[in-house]
Ligand binder design. Structure first.
Ligand SMILES: [Zn+2]
Ligand SMILES: [Zn+2]
Ligand SMILES: [Zn+2]
Length: 97
């Protein structure tokens, strides 16, 4: 079984997984990460990703409703509209610090 999937179908699978909320696509890091809440019952909050600049480790945390509202307010103020509230933040992790 060393038959390789054509790249396009790989993207389609990832797109599907993203729609299902099983993976998240990180634009900044240009990669996918598995959702940390796949096995949770609670509702998935708006994810926020902390990305280590050194080792590219990703931590998924959730942004609070209040923070999201204030973010939306800021976006509206300058006449923009929020398309995706997913936040990707440049960090340095504990191991790399
Ligand atoms: Zn998630
Ligand atoms: Zn959870
Ligand atoms: Zn690191």
């Amino acid at each position: 079984m060393d038959e390789k999937l054509p790249p396009m179908s790989m993207y389609r699978i990832l797109d599907f997984l993203e729609e299902e909320g099983l993976v998240h696509k990180l634009k900044l890091a240009n990669r996918y990460v598995a959702c940390m809440h796949i096995t949770c019952d609670h509702q998935h909050e708006v994810p926020q990703f902390l990305i280590c600049n050194e080792c590219f480790r990703v931590e998924e945390t959730a942004i609070s409703k209040a923070m999201l509202d204030s973010l939306k307010g800021n976006v509206k103020k300058v006449g923009f509209e929020l398309v995706s509230p997913q936040l990707e933040i440049n960090c340095v992790c504990g191991d790399c610090r």
